[in-house]
Design a protein around this ligand. Structure first.
Ligand code: ADP
Ligand code: ADP
Ligand code: MG
Length: 497
């Protein structure tokens, strides 16, 4: 039985895992880079190990150092969180070699999931429908042109080992494909270490709907409903919810069975996610399995009443999943907004630095997973996700209203966030009526509507708010690039007013 877990991660997800360790009486071991000496996960863990310089390659991706810390601390298991080494099959194997219980699937299964081509082939064999595209890796541009010609433009060039919404390029015709091919394989090599690409038909106006899965060592497999993650920007999720407004119980049973078949096809173990795209006509296509705990797992926790990290630990301990598919019922509705340190008006560029003040929302049906505290720092070295704001309601409307109130209560001074953008989205009739798609922001001109909302707000609010908005447009007009300059101008304007 697991008594001590080293958490090979940082930020909000490291804290999330520590909370379950505490609840189960399991000791937690944090690791940290020079950049994270004062981070909350380090303060919260039972003990902590310094692991190296800030750059991820020398710290949170340094397998040997991390395994050494696990062995030295007497840990018997490793929880990888998401990102970093969580989907690295070599790391799972290295843990096993060192008699550390890796809380996730086997290296073998992970290799299959991490290679989108191998995974698609396994799905075809299991009769799980996948998006039409190349049957294997496409090495030359001529081959890509052939396939695109057959399946029809537009097509996506996708990195075989891609993730996190990166390594995907849209091309509309032959000319664009010829221009993009070498660039895409170069980017793929730089981001994922391998240049391998494949071609997939680009599906217009789709929804991203995924299923939470769990599978134990005894072969019991369940799905814990769907999450709709269609509000995205450049293939990265911004807002997620469960249930999806277009999934009724019959559809849930059907796609749930597809997801279960997908898990069995890759001999999956532990918690994971099967991602699908849904066309307007109701057809579902499998795209990939994420072999880890998902960023948006809290929405599933709120509608199922489960602790997914506990479930992961139980499965890693060899226990049977303590419920059957028929025992699971969706209770109410949950919505999550990802609070990233990014500037909406600067093309979502990272916005880093000291957090001078923060107010974390709370109340009935409100959950915040975050590493923020007044005085902490948001580092440029790591993912921009600072917090996840999740609200639960007995129905969609209650969850949505709680989200609106909580977004207004969420105050973060020091960096830019998309909180105003989320407030605009949640107020649109399109969001309220569930007319979602992955191109929602473009389709409904959400950034323009955000600008209008901010103008309206500024005209009714205090002088300071007006000044801030003025400065922001001033800022955009003059194409001031750095936040330092922005702040100097802002203060100057405030003084003037
Ligand atoms: P989720 O699928 O849980 O919604 P994301 O796709 O947002 O998660 O990814 C979560 C984090 O993991 C991000 O920091 C992302 O950059 C990282 N990530 C996901 N897949 C990979 C991968 N294959 N390689 C490297 N980083 C990845
Ligand atoms: P990643 O591994 O980076 O998460 P995915 O294959 O899961 O990549 O795709 C991420 C997002 O890209 C999807 O949620 C969707 O918005 C978009 N996407 C992926 N495949 C297609 C497709 N064939 N057609 C249209 N959009 C797609
Ligand atoms: Mg994905």
């Amino acid at each position: 039985m697991i008594k001590k877990i080293l958490i090979a991660n940082r930020g909000e997800i490291a804290i999330r895992v520590i909370k379950t360790c505490n609840a189960l009486g399991i000791k937690s071991v944090a690791i940290y880079s020079d950049e994270d000496v004062n981070s909350k996960h380090v303060k919260m863990a039972s003990e902590s190990y310094h692991i190296g310089p800030p750059s991820p390659a020398q710290s949170y991706l340094n397998m040997e150092k991390i395994v050494e810390a696990a062995v030295n601390s007497g840990s018997d298991a490793i929880h990888p969180g998401y990102g970093f080494l969580s989907e690295n099959a070599d790391f799972a194997d290295l843990c096993e070699k060192n008699k550390l219980n890796f809380i996730g699937p086997s290296g073998k299964s992970m290799r299959l999931c991490g290679d989108k081509m191998l995974c698609k082939a396994a799905m075809a064999a299991a009769k799980v429908p996948t998006v039409p595209g190349s049957p294997g890796i496409v090495e030359e541009v001529e081959k890509a042109l052939d396939i695109a010609h057959t399946i029809g433009y537009p097509v996506l060039l996708k990195s075989v080992f891609g993730g996190g919404g990166r390594g995907i390029r849209l091309v509309h015709n032959e000319k664009e494909l010829k221009q993009a091919f070498d660039l895409a394989s170069g980017e793929s090599k730089a981001a994922f270490g391998k240049s391998a690409l494949f071609v997939e038909k680009f599906l217009p106006k789709i929804r991203h709907i995924e299923l939470q899965l769990a599978r134990d060592k005894h072969g019991n497999t369940v799905h814990i409903f769907e999450r709709e993650c269609s509000i995205q920007r450049r293939h990265k999720k911004l807002i997620e919810m469960s249930p999806s407004p277009v999934v009724d119980q019959k559809t849930r049973d059907e796609i749930g069975q597809l997801a279960v078949n997908a898990a069995i096809a890759v001999d999956y173990l532990n918690a994971g996610t099967a991602e699908f795209l849904r066309l307007d006509d109701g057809t579902f296509y499998f795209i990939e399995i994420n072999a880890r705990l998902q960023v948006e797992h809290p929405v599933t926790e709120l509608v199922s009443g489960l602790d997914l990290v506990k479930l992961q630990i139980d499965i890693a301990n060899g226990k049977e999943i303590p419920f059957k598919q028929k025992d699971l019922k969706v209770n109410g509705c949950a919505i999550e907004c990802r609070i990233n340190a990014e500037d909406t008006f600067l093309d979502f560029a990272p916005s880093t630095g000291r957090i001078y003040d923060v107010n974390i929302p709370s109340g009935p049906g409100v959950r915040v997973d975050t590493y923020l505290y007044p005085g902490c720092s948001v580092s440029p070295y790591y993912d921009s996700l600072m917090a996840k704001l999740i609200t639960w309601g007995q129905n969609f409307e209650e969850a949505r209203q709680r989200m609106q109130i909580s977004l207004s209560d969420f105050y973060i001074e020091g960096v830019e966030t998309a909180i105003p953008l989320y407030k605009t989205i949640l107020d649109t009739k399109e969001f309220i009526s569930g007319d979602l798609s992955t191109d929602f922001l473009e389709r409904f001109k959400i950034l323009d509507r955000l600008r209008d909302d901010l103008k309206k707000e500024a005209s009714t609010k205090s002088e300071a708010a007006l000044a801030a908005t003025l400065i922001h447009s001033e800022f955009l007009k003059n194409k001031v690039r750095t936040h330092k300059e922005h702040n100097v101008r802002w203060k100057a304007q405030l003084d003037k007013n």
